[in-house]
Design a protein around this ligand. Structure first.
Ligand SMILES: *Cc1c(COP(=O)(O)O)cnc(C)c1O
Length: 370
């Protein structure tokens, strides 16, 4: 039995009736851009994240870019973030003209090490972007304490971690603002691109609402240079249907993680750590395969129809696109080691116990353990 890394269609089939009906309604209304359906979803998202505001935008990447832009971060500024994340986190910093400053990660959680942030702060540092990687919230109290002491803004990259909590508080509500992505593979995914910012800051919320429509408050009157970056009504209604399922789906992911933990515990691989403060929502289930065996295990699983993937094969400080910042190999050892050892196993809410069993059996047979 083949098991995919993720099965997006299964998610649609579970909610087909409701999604089809909602899409049909939007097509019949034909109000596609920034109308009631979008504000309805924004209200639901803000309620879900325990924030005052949620502002839909065109993607998670745009959510990051628009916040940095609204904060006036630009040429000459520095923003501290993780080197072990999807490229968009650093891309957003570079897009507004600022410099990404990478600090190393924690071995067990793959998230930024707050102790490393302090030594990276300079006169030019304006903000920190902690990434809640693979579905687990970063160590936010420590990040915020450092930010407060040094007068820095905190933008959560929560693209992989909607529903994850820190000491019971939802991602999205933990910094000055947060970016979410509704890319189809994310824990809350649409049928295309989409994203949102959450915040409690009324001024920032107003600014983002202007930025996303060409810098205008009133049609054809432009306050500033903006963007065309909106969440559309078709995506919004799909997300409104799915957000009602999100907690149940995240619980399913956690249940699968427990099955994996039980089935993998005697093998010579490291399982993802759950920090005491975190409710992990397992966007991806990423193990570490040491001793140069990662690619071998990956090929073994792929040959047997078990989906798996490497997140991420090259840390951001070593990307060609980041060459000008002058990082060399060996400068952020934990991120570099993670790139060599990380392997994601199948994880999606509709996965069955027998599919999980198939994954476990195949991994165990690689290690010749029954
Ligand atoms: C997916 C993702 C993004 C970008 O989101 P898009 O909607 O694809 O633009 C940013 N950061 C992280 C950590 C992500 O996983």
């Amino acid at each position: 039995m083949a098991v995919p890394l993720i099965d997006i269609k299964a998610q649609y089939l579970e909610l087909k009736g409701e999604i089809d009906k909602a899409l049909k309604e939007v097509l019949e209304e034909s109000n596609f851009i920034l109308r009631e359906r979008v504000s309805q979803f924004e209200t639901e998202l803000a309620r879900y994240c325990d924030t005052r505001y949620a502002i839909g935008v065109a993607s998670g990447t745009d959510a990051l870019v628009l916040v940095l832009d609204a904060w006036g971060i630009s040429e000459g500024d520095e923003v501290i973030t993780s080197p072990f994340t999807f490229f968009a986190t650093a891309e957003a910093i570079m897009r507004v003209g600022a410099k990404p400053v990478f600090v190393d990660i924690d071995r067990s959680t793959f998230n930024i090490r707050p102790e490393a942030i302090e030594t990276a702060i300079t006169m030019r540092t304006k903000a920190i972007i902690p990434v809640h990687l693979f579905g687990q919230v970063a160590d936010m109290d420590t990040v915020k304490e450092i930010a407060q002491t040094n007068n820095l803004l905190v933008l959560e990259d929560a693209c992989q971690a909607i529903g994850s909590t820190y000491k019971g508080k939802k991602t999205g509500s933990l910094g000055d603002a947060a970016a979410f992505s509704f890319f189809p593979t994310k824990n809350l995914g649409g049928a295309g691109d989409g994203g949102a910012v959450t915040t409690n800051d009324e001024k920032l919320a107003e600014e983002l609402k202007i930025l996303r429509v060409h810098g205008s408050k009133k049609k054809y009157f432009h306050e500033k240079l903006g963007y065309n970056s909106r969440l559309d009504a078709l995506q919004a209604v799909i997300l409104s249907v799915k957000i009602k399922k999100l907690d149940e789906w995240n619980e399913k992911r956690r249940w699968l993680a427990r099955l994996y933990k039980k089935g993998l515990k005697e093998l010579p691989i490291e399982l993802p750590g759950e920090a005491g403060y975190a409710y992990h929502v397992y966007h991806l289930y990423v193990v570490r395969v040491p001793e140069g065996k990662r690619n071998e295990l990956k090929a073994f699983l792929s040959a047997r129809g078990i989906g798996c993937g490497v997140y991420y094969p090259l840390p951001l400080h070593l990307q060609n696109a980041c060459k000008r910042y002058g990082y060399s190999s060996g400068s952020l050892p934990e991120a570099e080691r993670a790139s060599e050892e990380a392997l994601a196993l199948p994880m999606f809410p509709q996965m069955t116990e027998s599919q999980a069993g198939e994954v476990l059996e195949t991994v165990r047979s690689f290690y010749k353990v029954r």
